[in-house]
Ligand binder design. Sequence first.
Ligand SMILES: Cc1ncc(COP(=O)(O)O)c(C=O)c1O
Length: 400
Amino acid sequence: MSTTSTKMAQTVKNRSSYLSQRVSNLRPSGIRKFFDIVATMDDVISLGIGEPDFTTPDPILEAGIRSLQKGETHYTSNAGIIELRRALSKHLFKLYGVEYDPATEIVITVGGSEALYLSATALLDPGDEMIIPTPCFVSYQAEAFMAGGVAVEVPCKMENNFDLDPDAIRKAITPRTKAILVGYPNNPTGAIASRETLLEVARLAEEHDLIVISDEIYDQLVYGVPHVCFPTLPGMRARSLLLGGFSKDYAMTGWRIGYAAGPKELISGLVRIHQYTIMSAPTTAQAAAIAALEESEKEVASMIAEYDRRRKLIVNGLNRIGLPTFEPKGAFYAFPKISVTGMDDETFAQKLLEEENVAVVPGSAFGAGGEGFVRCSYATAYDKIVEALQRIENFVARHA
Ligand SMILES: Cc1ncc(COP(=O)(O)O)c(C=O)c1O
């Protein structure tokens, strides 16, 4: 063996990990850790899950099955089948009056998750900063990090109903800021953003030449208030990426289908990454998604009505128990403050699970501002929520 190859062999032998620095530094999601424990237990009532308990509505299932039976088992065009992109374009215009060209301004993705990944990767150069109002969906910070960028967290506060804080966002802007990623209706707080704060964010974006990524995956899950679609705000269609999906509104988490819509130049960047990493979103799910948009209005309305019933139950129940909970107007989460117990949110969630077999998620898993809260999902049956509230009441009575 030559000296060089001996040295190389030694280098390989001494490597402590084959993982890249970037992956080694990527923290596992705080949610997963918790569910690994839940999975080993019996008789747990889970308020931890961030997905609908409903099965996908029949018209959507049937469209997926028909597509398979017709032999549609092949790749599709990279951006997704044109029929779906047209249906989505029509849908967004009908709901919000915003227009996207199906041929060049929409890409169909593997869930909203892929749309987030593509957006961060397409926009951020190493060291670029992305402002992220928090608490937020657990993957936002990781997306910035995986793209080589920096996640700059800007906490939202309960006293403002977890709405955006434009002054704090303004203070967080630096010459390296490239984008702001907002997610309303919000996971984990259930907050919606008011038109006023969104308009202020729009003004900041204009002033500092930033792109706004607006994750509106819960857009139809709003209770008694209209959803504000960010690109409809003055000047924002040209400087925003609208991300959405079918997982939540249509109870299609397992189908893995979502989208990004935006100006042609940005979407063409997203499509370039998508074509090399994914090729095309699942073909069956694309066929099913057309039925979601065109044939499931009645089913979606009935799921929303049921979420609303549970929302009232859980919010009133938590407040009655003595865990202050602001009224969430969207998504399917309540976000009670648990400081009355004197525990931090991780301890609260762990002890509640051990002592009462109820799973909730510690608020700190969702970034700055989540400490001292827990996320309770009401995407679970009404009767189970009744039982969970009883158990939480027993727990709080023992510890407050
Ligand atoms: C705010 C938000 N965005 C995106 C996603 C990703 O959803 P999916 O990849 O299933 O479309 C989730 C899932 O929990 C979410 O809560």
